[in-house]
Ligand binder design. Structure first.
Ligand code: FAD
Length: 415
């Protein structure tokens, strides 16, 4: 059907791999090139802060078996960096100087860790976690035990902290804010995570800003702006990620906290699309742009972008979804809440087995399940329905979530 066309995907992570799979699945039979700067074929990152980091498995979490790329006639170019884009003449340039023309281009270049730029940042023993190589290196260090300072108490910082503790390290967690994850989850939920870490023996230092690292070649201590000092054997920094837009911004593509894309994941340049962590995408459900740094988003958007490239776009209106595992706790979070009126709990908060619902007015804007499973689809339906739900029903474990939806749709409330 499009045998004379060339589609190129820049960035061989999850979004890129899922896009390549979807393009073939949807019948694209032209030339398909997937280019990534890492030496490995596409893999999934969530295990890198969990079982793979703890070396409970040594199997790299590849998205597809090796044979997949050959069987699907996907030209996978690893250890290859795209250094330039010329959107006018529809060409990209590779780091060996070769240039490749495309009919349609998909950018799935992801995000990279934000670096802490303070005196002593270049000392040995200060690490960041993004790639499988980072995870292997940090995993080796965790095996030796000792004292770790974890800078940052977001999702990555929280998961690394849990894994390090599980490997027997003494961990001090530093956070600029008051509580772990407070800016995403709010105070009540953040307190649940604080207690989780403290019950597992973590020293949590709130409202702490790193002023400098000190040591003789290797990091030995962290000095904070309040003059507090923590002695340590190694440091991991997890202070967020930045979208990898550098090459594409230089090519004139519109950016603002990522590559700006419309509901069909098309960038400001003709025939150029973007998906995954790098894309700041117009979400049809919310009516504004979102840049989501989660596994499910990379997988979903990769597939949506593939359909858009083929002119079969269904549009992006997905409700964000995220999962995390820390110690013996697993959570799933659905929705997108930047402001809310209250959080309603259902279940055993102290025992860490509960659901939480973020309400704006009487509408559920986000929900989280902690150590309770098979409910996130219903939570997402509650969010998508935009229905008003009685607070007492949400709090009552005897009222099934599915019943609330049925009750409301049965009573004719607009969906
Ligand atoms: C340690 C860790 C744990 C995580 N845990 C969870 C979790 O529990 N739950 C969850 O929902 N999400 C989790 N995430 C987030 C999730 O993994 C990301 O959202 C997802 O990987 C994004 O996929 P992507 O394909 O958009 O980007 P990436 O996975 O970043 O892939 C982009 C690829 O493009 C390459 N690239 C960039 N620029 C170029 C260029 N110019 N030329 C060639 N190649 C280029 C990069 O090297 C990279 O390999 C985790 C992330 C990390 C790092």
């Amino acid at each position: 059907m499009s045998v004379d066309k060339t589609f190129i995907i820049v960035g061989a992570g999850l979004a890129g791999a899922k896009a390549a799979e979807a393009l073939r699945h949807e019948g694209f039979d032209g030339r398909l090139v997937l280019i990534g700067e890492e030496p490995d074929r596409p893999y999934e990152r969530p295990p890198l802060s969990k079982d793979y980091l703890r070396q409970e498995t040594r199997d790299k979490p590849f998205v597809h078996p090796e044979a997949f790329y050959r069987d699907q006639d996907i030209e996978l170019m690893t250890s290859t960096r795209v250094t330039e884009l010329d959107a006018g003449s529809k060409k990209i340039v590779l780091d060996d100087g070769q240039s490749l023309g495309y009919d349609r281009l998909l950018i799935t270049s992801g995000a990279g860790p934000r670096h802490l730029d303070v005196p002593g940042s270049d000392l040995e023993g200060i690490r960041y976690l993004r790639t499988v190589a980072d995870s292997e290196r940090i995993g080796e260090r965790l095996q030796e035990g000792g004292r770790l300072v974890m800078v940052g108490a977001g999702w990555i910082g929280s998961e690394i902290t849990a894994s390090a503790r599980q490997k027997g390290c003494e961990v001090t967690m530093l956070e600029m804010g008051s509580l772990p994850l407070e800016n995403v989850l709010g105070t009540e939920l953040a307190q649940v995570f604080l207690h989780l870490h403290q019950d597992n023996g973590i020293d949590f230092l709130a409202e702490t800003v790193v002023e400098r690292f000190e040591g003789d070649g290797s990091v030995e201590r962290v000095v904070m702006s309040n003059r507090a000092v923590v002695e340590t054997d190694f440091v991991i920094v997890g202070i967020g990620v930045a979208p990898r837009t550098e090459v594409f911004e230089a090519a004139g593509l519109a950016t603002d906290n990522g590559l700006l894309v419309d509901e069909h994941l098309q960038t400001s340049a003709e025939d150029v699309f973007a998906a995954g962590d790098v894309a700041n995408a117009l979400n049809g459900f919310y009516g504004h742009r979102l840049r989501v740094e989660h596994w499910a988003n990379a997988s979903d958007q990769g597939q949506i972008a593939a359909r858009s490239m083929l002119g079969k776009s269904s549009g992006y209106d997905t409700i964000p979804y995220f999962f995390s595992d820390q110690y013996d706790v697993g959570i799933e979070y659905s929705g997108y809440a930047t402001e809310w009126d209250e959080v309603v709990f259902r279940g055993d908060r102290a025992g860490r087995e509960f659901l939480a619902f973020w309400l704006k007015g009487k509408r559920v804007v986000a929900g989280m399940n902690m150590n309770i499973w098979d409910v996130h689809d219903e939570i997402r339906e509650l969010i998508r329905s935009r229905q008003e739900i009685a607070r007492d029903d949400l709090a009552d474990p005897q009222v099934p979530l599915s019943q609330m939806l049925e009750a409301k749709s049965g009573s004719g409330v607009a969906r």
